[in-house]
Each structure stands twice: as C-alpha cells, then as structure tokens.
Design a binder for this molecule. Structure first.
Ligand SMILES: N[C@@H](CCC(=O)N[C@@H](CS)C(=O)NCC(=O)O)C(=O)O
Length: 190
C-alpha cells in the first residue's frame, strides 16, 4: 500500500500527487500540519519535510526522488521519454529547477520583487516555444516538476501569463489532464 505524507499547499507534494494520479495509483494520504509538525515526521524524514512516500516498509522523502521511484516502480504510463538524450535533458531541467524557477518564485513570494520571476518565465517561454513540453516532445516529469509553482505564481502572486503566451498555452495543455486539473484548487488556497 502506498501512503503519501502530504500537505495541500505544498508544491513539492503536488508534484507527487500528479505523478500518482497520472499513473492511476491508489494511495492513502496522511495530512501533515506544516505549522505544527508532528514529531513522528522526523522519523520518516530527518529534515521534517513533506512529501514523504511510504510503500510497505520502504520510506522515501524528496519529491524528485519520489517521482523517479514511482516512474521506475510503476513504469506505465511512462513519464520520461524513451530516447536517452531527451530523457537526460528532461532530468537536467528538473535538476536545475531551483535556478530556473524555484528561487525566483520564493523571492517574489517574500516580496523581494518580481523581476527575477519574470526573467525566469521569459526563459521558460523560449523553451516551450521551441518544444511542446518541458520534458521534450512529450509531457512528463519535467513538466510536473515545474507546474505547481506556475499554478501558484498565477493564483497567488498575480502573475499574468498573457505576457508569456507559450507558457500559457503549455499550462492550458497540462490543465486538460485530469491528474493536473485536481491541483487548481490546492494551488489557489495558498
Ligand atoms: N526538497 C524537498 C522540499 C520539500 C519542502 O520544502 N517541503 C515543505 C512544504 S512545501 C516543508 O515540508 N516545509 C517544512 C520545513 O521546511 O520545515 C522536496 O523536493 O521534497
């Protein structure tokens, strides 16, 4: 049985929720109160953070690692491209998430200005102008890795994607997917 230690508002948890949904996996959720974290969460993740995935006796934290675990353990439908080079570029994009979006998003959320976030969105715009998905020719883990922050930037930071039409079109394509549509509400709640 799969268990996700989860928090609705957490974009890292959203990554894992989307992968679980895309793969049609049943799982149970244990909601962790991030404002008053229970002591037991440290036994599952010494950093005290969510998400954490448990499968029987196996416990693993870190959203990117969990996504890769689920992809290997439950390969259908595949969320990395079959071509090794394309797959490597998708992994690179996910690996560089903090520099390519994460740091700028959290800076804007702290009130440190929107310039960096707009610059990162302009870079993403060029990527999805050149290829339909951040993962490559097909949708996959790199898209899922960035999406929760784009949703939250739009819902909570006043980011208007009209200035980034290719990103807006990419987002529209993703939102059509049932596993992604379920993330609109938690993203707006933050
Ligand atoms: N690198 C971690 C980051 C997870 C993370 O920062 N989770 C936040 C919630 S969105 C958390 O648990 N924060 C509690 C804390 O930082 O103490 C991952 O990718 O899973």
């Amino acid at each position: 049985m799969l268990t996700l230690y989860d928090a609705d508002r957490c974009p890292y948890c959203a990554r894992v929720r989307i992968v679980l949904a895309e793969k049609g996996l049943e799982y149970q959720t244990v909601i962790v109160d991030l404002d008053e974290r229970p002591a037991w969460i440290y036994a599952k993740n010494p950093l005290g953070k969510v998400p954490v995935l448990e499968e029987d006796d196996f416990v693993v934290p870190e959203s990117a690692v969990i996504m890769e675990y689920l992809e290997e353990r439950y390969p259908e439908p595949p969320l990395w491209p079959a071509d090794p080079a394309e797959r490597a570029l998708g992994r690179l994009r996910l690996e560089r998430f903090d520099d390519r979006l994460g740091h700028a998003y959290y800076a804007a959320r702290r009130g440190d200005g929107r310039e960096e976030l707009d610059a990162r969105l302009a870079e993403l715009e060029l990527v999805v102008e050149a290829q339909p998905y951040l993962t490559g020719r097909e949708y996959g883990l790199a898209d899922i890795g960035y999406l929760p922050w784009i949703l939250r930037a739009r819902a909570n930071l006043g980011v208007d994607l009209e200035s980034f039409p290719a990103v807006e079109a990419w987002l529209a394509r993703l939102i059509e997917r049932p596993g992604v549509a379920g993330e609109l509400e938690p993203a707006a709640a933050r």
